[in-house]
Design a binder for this molecule. Structure first.
Ligand code: ADP
Ligand code: ZN
Length: 888
């Protein structure tokens, strides 16, 4: 998780300054260890590539522009402008002169285009001085500025960046942020890559290979997004090409929902005399085209001139009409009507607290500076209304905004609230079709959208006049991506906001420790809304101690006090929410005779029994078998289901409340598009009395008739081997408790737990966020855990346990020597098997790195692994997770 306070790259006091990136981001060694050199060699493996490149260069008499970094050396950092400061003779390879030791050097990203050229050619230029005369002949000086280079990165290995020459024909066209086709190795077809910089080259660069083509007509990312990509590539240690692929949806890259159409216009030199000499049909076509005074498709022309397409083809062949291919949206794309769930939409007279909050946000918007605000408003304090008003203010100045919410809160309710207040809203969600996504993306980019609402990926929405980024429920773990690039939307939003000089507004009733710490250390401004709207009280929370036998009603999941409360609620025609954070029926399948637990063969984790269809499933990899009727180990015929999942709770609830209409909401029932929306509208309309489910029902819902919330087992997340276990528990209980008491009839909460005395549960039961953070901060400080320190995790996985461990050990050795070299205070833990020892058939080991400064952690890893390669035959991979959220 990001530590807002220790942002090495973007201290808040740099307000509005351009995004800065450590120079090593653009230096000659990428995390994957690829040298910046050109022309790239045809081998996927980098060391081979380097060798081959050297051999080839030896043949051609050209030296690689950048030889591999000598072990233990630092990528070169250059002065701000090498072009005027460095004559060929002054280029020095002496360590410490042109190559400073890099410690997260702050380098204005605005200068990235220039810097990348200097850094990239860093070591390379030096070698070229040996090859070319130090005093180039005058004719070379004369053409020097004529060479334009493009720096290209690739999403697959080799990742680059590599320099290519821009041929004259593409000089006007090619811009950073565009995809281009370039020759790579011996591949016949041009390889697609992303242009990250265009820069002037030297005469020596004339030998580089040419960019073959531009794939896009205009850049898919503007300059600020290209900078964001480069920052992410550096910070998260991911090849920039892969970050581009995350930033630009695949539907956009493949132009989903578009077709190519050829339009014709008359050639410039066509005169009446020329036309008069043509055969009759062709004459007719020409005259229609000339008089139409616009370009026409071949089909349109054929109809207009009542002819076949043959005369058109002939005219084209003669060069009398000029084709132009355009990509257009299909007219028939189905854009799902975006409807709300029937919540009456109304604007509110703001409460005093809302007014005060809004004023401060508006001041931040008007300041034109990058700054972070934390809106800490209790559940039901009306945060959404504040977001909407703040965005109205931004829109009134022709600006636009991004609102990120956890995917699960992308409910019709959220949508409806924004759509009823802004004429042009784009809601991005995971169930969109590719063409729909592409359609919205284009609208957003053209500036036709005022507000973009979506999950974490919405942080990349290419809005042209972005004026505010809102991250609602900023504590939510879904803002961290679990696959490469493992970015956190909060961190990326912060980087984007600061580089644009706009505010980032974080909102939560239970702010993350990171966000809270940022307010305490002066990196974020705290705005509080401690009371609910309309003078509504916070709901009463009653703890039920499950260790007390009398309360546990005979083995069931619903205790006696909870049963009574539900009965009362139903009598009062109110609604209830029951939270249980495990899906499935039974969470273990165990033989009482021999003790065998049915487990996943690929992950070694117990399978969960699902009652629908009698399946036993692995919740880590989706491995599924029919639930065995007898023990697979000893054949004992009486296997037992233990542990409690939502399906079992549903069965029990139906038995205990036979007259109530009950619906279950979890990952299993919500698979089909629209099911979420359907259940929620039924709940709003009162057709459903009891809604039970996983954490899905804990987030954001605002239903006034919910008089009771029951937490079946508050401890479920408490005993996870994760330093954030207490924080998660506090958040979950507080959030779900916040779903009640939102109407005029009040509400109550019953929390079942085996550890009622636990500080997180105590604090949640009193709605006491401050008490919780105070105590939790002490724990974090003890071990220097985030937000006080920074953590990174390296996972090593492979099919053979010993070999995987060997690789983990050698990574440890490298990390240690990098740490010693840097003389940095980084604690390295492991390698050790993580809680999930085996996943999808791979053995796993992990290492944790900890330090006060995240920049140092990043640098140690970068140094240690820059040129680290595993043997492809052993299929061992390692992955780097900066600010990990998941430690399993
Ligand atoms: P939060 O996100 O802070 O938990 P919501 O934004 O969902 O709270 O708002 C809670 C409820 O209060 C919503 O039904 C909203 O329509 C209502 N509300 C918001 N502002 C006001 C206000 N100023 N006066 C009355 N009701 C309000
Ligand atoms: Zn599995």
């Amino acid at each position: 998780m990001s530590t807002l306070d220790s942002l090495p790259i973007l201290p808040d006091d740099l307000q509005g300054a351009s995004l800065v990136v450590p120079s090593s981001a653009s230096s000659s060694t990428t995390p994957a260890g690829n040298p910046v050199s050109s022309p790239p060699a045809p081998f996927p493996d980098d060391s081979d590539a380097r060798r081959a490149s050297r051999e080839k260069d030896a043949e051609s008499g050209q030296k690689p522009t950048s030889p591999a970094q000598p072990a233990g050396s630092w990528p070169g950092r250059r002065g701000p402008n090498k072009r005027d400061s460095q004559s060929p003779t002054s280029r020095s390879t002496e360590p410490g002169k042109s190559r400073d030791v890099v410690r997260e050097t702050e380098l204005p990203l605005a200068a990235f285009e220039l810097e990348s050229s200097s850094a990239e050619s860093g070591t390379g230029e030096a070698s070229q001085t040996e090859l070319f005369e130090t005093n180039p002949p005058p004719w070379e000086l004369a053409v020097e500025d004529d060479v334009l280079l493009a720096s290209i990165v690739f999403s697959r290995s080799p990742h680059g960046p590599y320099d290519y020459r821009i041929p004259d024909s593409l000089r006007e066209e090619l811009k950073p942020g565009m995809r281009v086709g370039v020759p790579l190795g011996h591949r016949k077809k041009p390889t697609p890559g992303w242009c990250v910089a265009v820069k002037e080259g030297k005469a020596a660069h004339r030998k580089l290979r040419d960019v073959a083509e531009c794939i896009d007509e205009s850049p898919l990312c503007d300059a600020s997004l290209v900078r964001l990509v480069m920052w992410m590539a550096h910070y998260y240690q991911v090849p920039a090409g892969q970050v581009f692929d995350t930033l630009i949806p695949s539907s956009v890259r493949s132009a989903a929902g578009t077709k190519q159409t050829t339009y014709f216009t008359p050639a410039k030199e066509v005169t009446d005399t020329v036309i008069d000499k043509l055969p009759a049909k062709q004459q007719a076509v020409m005259r229609h085209l000339v008089s139409a005074n616009r370009s026409m498709t071949s089909a349109e022309l054929a109809v207009a001139a009542s002819c076949t397409e043959d005369p058109i083809r002939r005219l084209k062949k003669k060069g009398l009409i000029v084709p132009e291919v355009r990509r257009e949206m299909h007219s028939g794309i189905r854009i799902l009507a975006q409807t709300n769930d029937g919540e009456a939409d109304r604007t509110h007279e703001l409460t005093e607290q809302q007014t005060a909050a809004l004023e401060r946000i508006n001041v931040a918007v008007d300041s034109g500076r990058g700054r972070t605000l934390l809106l800490h408003g209790v559940t039901g304090s009306g945060k959404t209304e504040v977001y909407i008003r703040a965005i109205e203010h931004v829109v009134s100045q022709a600006g636009s905004a991004i609102v990120m919410v956890p995917e699960i809160s992308l409910t019709p309710q959220t949508r409806g609230r924004f759509e009823s207040r802004f004429p042009s809203v784009a809601v991005l969600h995971s169930q969109m079709s590719p063409s729909e996504r592409h359609f919205h993306w284009q609208r957003i980019r053209r500036g036709e959208v005022q507000v973009v609402i979506g999950p974490r990926s919405a942080v990349f929405a290419p809005l042209p006049n972005l004026g505010l980024i809102v991250l609602d429920e900023e504590h939510d773990t879904s803002f961290k991506q679990d696959s490469q690039p493992r970015y956190h939307a909060r961190k990326v939003a912060h980087a984007r906001a600061m580089s644009l000089g706009i505010p980032l507004l974080l909102g939560s009733a239970t702010p993350s420790m990171e966000a809270w710490h940022a307010t305490q250390s002066g990196h974020a401004e705290l705005i509080s809304m401690p009371d609910r709207v309309a003078g509504r009280p916070m709901p009463d929370v009653q703890l039920v101690d499950l260790r007390v036998r009398d309360d546990r009603a005979g083995g069931g999941a619903i205790s006696r006090p909870l049963k009574q409360a539900v009965d009362e609620t139903l009598r009062e025609k109110g609604q209830a929410i029951l939270l249980l954070n495990r899906r499935g029926f039974a969470t273990t399948i165990q033989c009482p005779a021999c003790g065998h637990v049915v487990a996943c063969p690929d992950c070694d984790m117990p399978l969960t029994h699902h009652r629908d269809g009698g399946k036993a499933m692995c919740h880590y990899c989706d491995y599924t078998i029919g639930t065995p009727p007898w023990c697979p180990a000893c054949r004992f015929d009486g296997i037992r289901y233990g542990g409690l999942g939502t399906q079992k709770l549903e069965v029990e609830a139906k038995a205990k409340f036979p007259d109530a209409k009950i619906a279950r909401m979890d990952g299993d029932t919500m698979k089909r598009p629209g099911s979420h929306q359907r259940v929620l509208s039924e709940f709003r309309s009162g057709e459903i009395d009891i809604l039970l489910g996983t954490q899905m029902i804990a987030k954001g819902l605002d239903f006034p008739n919910v008089l009771l919330v029951g937490v079946i087992n508050a401890d479920s997340a408490l005993h996870f081997p994760d330093f954030r276990a207490a924080e998660r528990t506090f958040q979950l209980v507080t959030q779900v408790a916040g779903r009640t008491g939102r109407g005029d009839r009040g509400g109550r909460v019953i929390v079942q737990t085996f550890t009622p005395e636990h500080p997180a549960i105590q604090a949640a039961s009193r709605h006491d966020y401050f008490k919780f953070v105070e105590e939790e901060m002490v724990n974090r400080r003890k071990f220097n855990y985030p937000p006080l320190g920074s953590v990174a995790r390296i996972i090593i996985r492979g099919p053979v346990e010993e070999k995987t461990e060997d690789v983990a050990d050698s990574i440890l050795a490298r990390l240690e020597s990098a740490r010693d070299l840097l003389k940095s205070e980084v604690r390295i833990l492991g390698p050790a098997p993580p809680p999930i020892v085996r996943l999808r058939g791979k053995y796993r080991f992990h290492l944790l790195l900890q330090a006060t400064d995240s920049a140092v952690v990043g640098e140690v890893i970068r140094r240690a692994l820059a040129d680290f390669k595993t043997d492809p035959k052993e299929e061992i991979e390692y992955l780097i997770d900066i600010d990990p959220v998941n430690l399993l």
